[in-house]
Design a protein around this ligand. Structure first.
Ligand code: AMP
Ligand code: MN
Ligand code: ZN
Length: 941
């Protein structure tokens, strides 16, 4: 009985447990499902109302990459030039003035009929019609609220006989059909106020207008009291229009009757109006026929019109997403506050505005919405001001902010927007400062939205955002499986490099210097501020971030010189991809050239030194090395001075290393030599004999082909090194050389030369077989201090790490790629130019060389260090200077910037950075840049 009872209890217990576990697991499943759903809760998943989602071809996507213009001809090398520049220029010089548009009396009245074009065959028919016309009128309507860049929703085209309404949404992908008639110089296109339309047609369809007559420009030339279309319609056609319809939602289909009327009217009367205006222009020309007055009204109207056609659509570029909006919102708000807030409040406010603006920018791009649709300006300001913490508070803050502003037209907008509602968590994190590094925000949010299993729909408009952002990650993980060992070796050397040589603290301090009238002069590092403060040349205005005001009148202002680069705040991120965790300085103009520039062209290098992450650095560096070869070929000045003719005479003749396979012919680069010698010294006995033989050949060819000894190998390590490098290498590697075989280095140790550099043994990082070899080199130049204070200097970065470069090559050591490392770390800059005297003009250069018998000839031209491309650089610069003067050098710099831009596609360059940067800037009497007044020389203060 008892046992039966027990059994029942057990059975019930088991049953209950089972039932409970079923209930619980169902609950869990539900929860999981719910979580999954909430992960993909973006409002766009259920919003089917956006017609652009059906576009297959989008020319201007929402990524940060620049807009690519139509290329008529693949060989055109000019980057993004106007494809019809020649045709338009021809029109500007020689206008097509066949302005008898209208044959006889034309009834300008609008009939009931018009043609709606919505299929490709209709569009082609229209093309046939238009190509037979001498003139047609055009207008376009845009939609911009529910799109990031906006899109053309309707194109109205009117001939003398007919009005066409082209559904450029339905035909978005085929509109290019009309390209030819728009670009045909023999057909005149009449617009009213074409400035925007011309750019929109480029942006959406690569349609370029050639031969334009703009009735607004004609009004200008005729000095009409008004130049609005409404005015012209009233005056010439006696019709009135309701311009409010302009702001209708032009995406809607079918268009309302009113909208059709309005749209037709915008184009229909243009031909008639143009005719009237041309008649007036001609009349002016005949009436005012002052003989010495060359002004021709018709020509001028035509010229001004066609000038519009030369414009090119560009996407707006910002140094950081949302930055321009953030700074204008911040300053507007802080000005209206009248400076009542404390500095720390101010800083928090500005920081939040920046975060919110960046988030809004990114969200608008991801969802293809306008900024104002995502989050209004007033909502951003209110959020940053009140810094609400919870979702509910954030929600109500936005609603209140939007309500409090008179939104006559935007009142139909949802507040908060669906974007905010479905991504409220991100807004919370932003405001709660959960995201440690602001720069991480960017890739993180992108991943959440568009990454694998992301919350938001992927589209032609937003995919490039992700592609650009994650390219490296995807590529790396794909390759990992296939060639894991190489990848791993590469990765470890990369990590080592990052760890060792990237800047340990921010390079740009974003300290500000104001003029005595309160205008911002430049951003710089702390040292520069201290320099002025110590000398009582400035007073401190703000602590965090620090700002000073100069107490003297600076010579020239950045904006006076049309040079706003120097007043841009600089971000401590990779200018290429925005990476914020590590970065290195990169010199856009290789030092082997720059070092030989005349002083006045060198003084401003902050423009041409940028921060790059290791990956972008490598890309940039490889491109620069390729371009150096191109320069070498173009000028006929070989990269290496390398062939050893006679080791006893220790003379080196310049020769090309292009065919490095033939060492006898080509000689070896110093780097190649050193790498080979190092590998032989360290691993020679354990190396596969074939490899050992290869390396031996390299070293032997340096010694003129004779057999080599261990001492030769050790000596080879020193070739081309500066005294400092030599000592460093000794210290580092514990390699000791007999004093007798070392050249007298002490006297080379010029006081002005503070350069240090280190060479990390390539063999440490490379596989023994030489199939993978990475050389890492880093140096730190205090020389930069005087000329380059606003980029930071060695004191900012703890050890020698601030300035590094990495180069890595695959393939065997014979490859001339081996000489890839620039001379940066090696060329010693002598502050006294007494070594300059020797540079034989016959192209051969005497160089320091250590003889194998242990005696050394001291003949070291510091600027012509044997390692790397020093001599090449000098010859190129001398040549440029001689042939073209300073302009030659400036253009040369521009070429390097172009190489950089094309290789890295930098997305985070400071605004104002310019390929065409002139490098011209004057320095005031007290400037730390003033060449006559170096800080060290001003010690008396
Ligand atoms: P319209 O040249 O007058 O036909 O205008 C062309 C397009 O420009 C319109 O479809 C609008 O998208 C845009 N647009 C022009 N003016 C305004 C304005 N004041 N407010 C909003 N949108 C405008
Ligand atoms: Mn219009
Ligand atoms: Zn979303």
């Amino acid at each position: 009985m008892e046992s039966r009872w027990k059994m029942r209890v057990i059975a019930i217990t088991i049953g209950t447990v089972m039932a409970l576990s079923i209930v619980y697991s169902a609950h869990l499943r539900r929860r999981r499902r719910k979580q999954k759903r909430s992960r993909s809760s973006c409002y766009l998943q259920s919003d089917q109302t956006k017609p652009q989602q059906a576009f297959k071809r989008v020319l201007a996507d929402n990524s940060y990459s620049p807009f690519k213009h139509l290329k008529l001809n693949e060989s055109e090398n000019a980057l993004n030039s106007h494809p019809y520049e020649a045709e338009i220029s021809a029109l500007l010089e020689n206008p097509q003035l066949e302005f008898s548009f209208l044959n006889g009396s034309t009834d300008s009245k609008m009939s009931e009929e018009y043609t709606w074009i919505e299929t490709e065959s209709q569009l082609k028919e229209l093309l046939g019609v238009l190509s037979k016309e001498r003139v047609f009128a055009v207008d376009t309507e845009q939609h911009s609220l529910r799109s990031f860049l906006g899109f053309t929703s309707l194109i109205q085209i009117s001939t003398q006989k007919e009005d066409y309404l082209v559904d450029s949404i339905a035909l978005h992908d085929s509109m290019g059909v009309l390209r030819t008639v728009f670009a045909d110089p023999s057909i005149c296109k009449v617009f009213h106020g074409a400035d925007n339309d011309v750019l929109w047609l480029q942006r959406d369809f690569h349609i370029y207008v050639v031969n334009l007559f703009d009735t607004a420009k004609a009004c200008e030339v005729l000095s009409k009291p008004q130049k609005s279309l409404a005015y012209l319609l009233e005056t010439y056609c006696g019709v009135s229009t309701n311009k409010l319809l302009q702001r209708e939602d032009w995406r809607q289909r079918p268009l309302s009757k009113e909208m059709v009327q309005y749209a037709r009217m915008d184009a229909h009367y243009l031909l008639y109006i143009a005719n009237c205006l041309i008649a007036e222009l001609q009349q002016q020309d005949t009436e005012i026929s002052c003989p010495d007055d060359k002004f021709n009204f018709v020509l001028e109207a035509s010229r001004r019109s066609n000038m519009i056609c030369l414009q090119l659509y560009t996407k707006e570029v910002e140094a950081f997403p949302g930055e321009s909006a953030a700074s204008s919102l911040s300053s507007r708000h802080l000005n209206s506050q009248g400076g009542v807030s404390s500095i720390s409040c101010k800083t928090q406010f500005q920081d939040l505005v920046r975060r919110l603006c960046a988030w809004r920018d990114l969200m608008a791009r991801v969802h293809d919405e306008s900024l104002r649709y995502v989050l209004s300006d007033q909502a951003i300001v209110t959020l940053a001001d009140r810094a609400p913490m919870t979702s509910a508070e954030i929600f109500s803050t936005i609603t209140q902010a939007d309500l409090s502003v008179e939104l006559s037209f935007n009142s139909f907008l949802l507040s908060p927007s669906p974007v905010v509602c479905s991504h409220l968590n991100d807004v919370c994190s932003l405001l709660q400062d959960k995201i440690g590094n602001f720069n991480d925000l960017f890739p993180m949010i992108l991943q959440k939205c568009l990454g694998p299993g992301g919350s938001c729909p992927f589209s032609v408009l937003n995919y490039a955002l992700l592609v650009n952002c994650n390219l490296k990650v995807t590529v790396a993980s794909k390759q990992n499986g296939e060639r894991s060992s190489k990848q791993a070796a590469r990765k470890s050397s990369r990590d080592l490099f990052v760890q060792k040589f990237s800047c340990k603290s921010p390079v740009y301090h974003n300290c500000r210097i104001y003029a005595n009238d309160g205008r911002l002069l430049c951003y710089c590092d702390r040292r520069k501020l201290e320099w002025y403060l110590l000398r009582d040349l400035a007073k401190l205005m703000d602590e965090n971030p620090p700002a000073i005001m100069l107490l003297f009148e600076p010579k020239g202002r950045p904006e006076d010189e049309d040079n706003d680069f120097y007043i841009q705040s600089k971000k401590n991120i990779c200018v290429g991809c925005g990476e914020g965790n590590h970065y290195l300085r990169y010199r856009i103009i290789p030092s082997c050239y720059r070092i030989h520039f005349p002083e006045h062209l060198k003084s401003h290098r902050s423009h041409d030194i940028v921060l790059l992450c290791v990956d972008c650095h490598e890309v940039a560096h490889a491109a620069a090395e390729r371009y150096k070869k191109q320069v070498a070929a173009e000028f006929g000045i070989p990269l290496f001075v390398s062939k050893v003719v006679d080791s006893k005479q220790a003379q080196v003749i310049s020769g090309s290393s292009e065919s490095a396979t033939n060492l006898e012919e080509a000689g070896v680069s110093p780097l190649q030599l050193r790498t080979a010698a190092m590998a032989l010294l360290r691993h020679g006995p354990r190396m596969p004999s074939k490899r050992r033989e290869e390396l031996k050949q390299i070293v032997m060819s340096y010694y003129g082909g004779r057999e080599i000894t261990e001492v030769d190998l050790e000596m080879a390590l020193l070739v081309g090194m500066s005294p400092h490098e030599r000592r460093r290498l000794e210290k580092k590697k514990g390699l000791s050389f007999k004093q007798s075989i070392l050249p007298n280095v002490e006297q080379e140790n010029n006081i002005g030369c503070m350069e240090t550099s280190s060479i990390v043994d390539a063999s440490e990082l490379s596989a023994l077989d030489g199939s993978h070899n990475t050389e890492v080199k880093a140096c730190c130049r205090k020389e930069d201090r005087e000329t380059d204070a606003d980029v930071g200097d060695s004191s900012i970065c703890a050890d020698s790490g601030i300035d590094g470069e990495i180069s890595s090559t695959k393939g065997n050591a014979n490859s001339d790629e081996y000489g890839v490392s620039d001379t940066k770390g090696v060329n010693v800059v002598n502050s006294e130019d007494n070594c300059e005297s020797r540079s034989p003009s016959d192209g051969t250069v005497d160089l320091y060389h250590t003889k194998h018998d242990g005696t050394a000839r001291h003949k070291h031209n510091s600027k012509l260090s044997l390692l790397g491309h020093g001599p090449h650089g000098k010859q190129v610069v001398d040549h440029l200077q001689k042939e073209y003067g300073d302009d030659g050098i400036r253009q040369f710099c521009q070429r390097w910037r172009q190489v950089f831009v094309e290789a890295v596609h930098p997305r985070f360059l400071p605004a104002g950075w310019d390929v065409m940067h002139s490098g011209r800037r004057d320095f005031g009497e007290f400037s730390v840049y003033n060449p006559a007044k170096k800080p060290s020389a001003t010690g008396k203060d």
